[in-house]
Design a protein around this ligand. Structure first.
Ligand code: GUN
Ligand code: ZN
Length: 443
């Protein structure tokens, strides 16, 4: 067993239910003892209580930092780690000029393996322990991602990205081949360690009805498989999808009418959603990955979070690297807060506790992993990060002078960057210590 002593911040209860300003939404412990056995939290109480039960156990004292649950990214592109920062273009131009040329390079398995190492290392460095990852168009590159993620034991859900029109030719595949390749990858990875398979048409813009049928077939053949894609991101994209699918009711329907929407479906963006589409998503129990830095960088629009919540659609956060501007889920939380603020009365005035929920437990719930991760309660896996700022930074100064845990959390979202994520654990295995990554043996 391992006994931790720490200041802990987490959000076991949904802070979007009830009074958003209720301070009890944030569970804060000044001096908490956490016992971890076999990767699972088996005890949590005031440190003095836990200590009394284990008087001789060595203690890992983390009180020079703040212990939070591991962060959850519900939408991030593995092949795009090298193209972050291409600013000032709308979606379709950015895809053509930046993302898709890079994605074609992953046809080379050696290149893909290097990118997989960089990508997984970047997730760990940012404190992301669980992610729904948009994979590559090439099966060997998807193998490279799952292989590298398994070295750290990360909770990765991912799959082969498939398209049969509208993209450069090397990224296209016919639907029969797509179904077979997806099935073979799922056999290799779904349920292996912490990996799960996600059926992943890139977006309806680049998928025919036959391809979406092939995706439905692949999903049906893999029990417990996930589904992810993009929707309603950019007005030009939405208009073109309308032209391509004349008989569909709307963009969401292009997936729904192929049976692709259910409680294991996550659609990214949904900036330009109609009420009818939100009703379909709510009825299906599908989640939306809100990707604020990407939406701003590509000028996609202001995410209607209030309307999603009013319709009962589950919302989580995604970095959307590489249109998104980095891996930090703290930055995504802050950007979500900015965008909702800009929407005024139509937005959601997000509290720090709500940001933490979106970046941890809400994400875990969207990915069906909330029985395992998302907070630091007894029974959960010990997926955790310790935020320990570099000395002399505004975050360091601020955290030394905060008046309340909620203030501390606000400072973390406002000021923390990847270098402030000092330690990272997945299922009790430490995969980064003092900012340095190391692979963990996985049970
Ligand atoms: N829509 C289809 N592909 C992509 C992508 O790679 N990034 C974003 N942001 N939107 C997309
Ligand atoms: Zn995306």
């Amino acid at each position: 067993m391992t006994l931790f002593r720490a200041r802990v911040l987490d959000t076991p209860e949904d802070p979007f239910v009830g009074d958003a300003r209720d301070p009890s939404h944030l569970r804060a412990g000044e001096d908490v003892g956490i016992v971890v056995e076999g990767g699972t939290i088996t005890e949590r109480d005031d440190f003095a209580v836990v200590r009394a039960a284990h008087p001789d156990e060595a203690v890992i004292d983390l009180r020079d930092g703040w212990l939070l649950p591991g962060l959850v990214d519900t939408h991030v592109h593995y092949p795009q780690v090298r193209v972050i920062g291409a600013l000032g273009m709308p979606l379709l131009e950015w895809l053509e000029r930046c993302a898709l040329p890079e994605e074609q390079r992953l046809a080379d398995a050696d290149y893909a393996a290097e990118v997989a190492t960089e990508f997984v290392g970047s997730l760990v460095a940012a404190g992301t322990t669980t992610a729904l990852v948009f994979g590559s168009h090439f099966p060997a590159a998807v193998d490279a991602l799952f292989t590298e993620a398994a070295r750290y034991g990360l909770r990765i859900t991912s799959g082969l990205v498939v398209s049969d029109r509208g993209l450069p030719e090397p990224l296209l595949v016919d639907p029969r081949r797509a179904a077979a390749d997806q099935a073979a990858l799922a056999v290799r990875w779904h349920g292996v360690g912490r990996a799960r398979y996600a059926v992943t048409p890139r977006f309806s813009y680049s998928a025919s009805d036959a391809m979406l049928d092939a995706c439905a077939e692949a999903a049906a053949s893999v029990p417990g498989a996930w589904f992810t894609s993009h929707v309603n991101e950019n007005p030009a994209e939405v208009a073109e999808v309308g032209r391509l699918f004349r008989s569909a009711e709307h963009y969401v329907d292009t997936y729904d009418r192929h049976g692709l929407l259910g409680p294991r479906s996550v659609l990214a963006h949904n900036v330009h959603a109609s009420d009818a589409e939100l009703a379909v998503l709510a009825a299906a129990g599908s989640a939306v990955a809100h990707c604020p830095s990407s939406n701003s960088a590509l000028g996609s629009g202001l995410f209607p979070m209030r309307r999603h919540l009013d319709h009962g659609v589950t919302v989580a956060l995604g970095s959307d690297v590489g249109a998104g501007t980095g891996f930090s889920m703290f930055k995504e939380g802050l950007q979500a807060c900015f965008v909702q603020g800009l929407l005024g009365a139509e937005g959601v005035a997000l509290s720090a506790a709500q940001l933490l929920w979106l970046a941890t437990r809400g994400g875990a719930r969207a990915l069906g992993l909330d029985d395992q991760v998302g907070d630091l309660s007894v029974g959960r896996q010990f997926d955790a990060i310790c935020v320990r700022p570099r000395g002399g930074t505004a975050l360091d100064i601020g955290l030394r002078h905060v008046g309340s845990p909620a203030e501390a959390l606000g400072k973390i979202f406002a000021l923390a960057g990847d270098p402030d994520v000092a330690d990272v654990w997945v299922a009790g295995e430490q995969v980064a210590a003092a900012g340095l990554r190391r692979a963990a043996p996985v049970a």
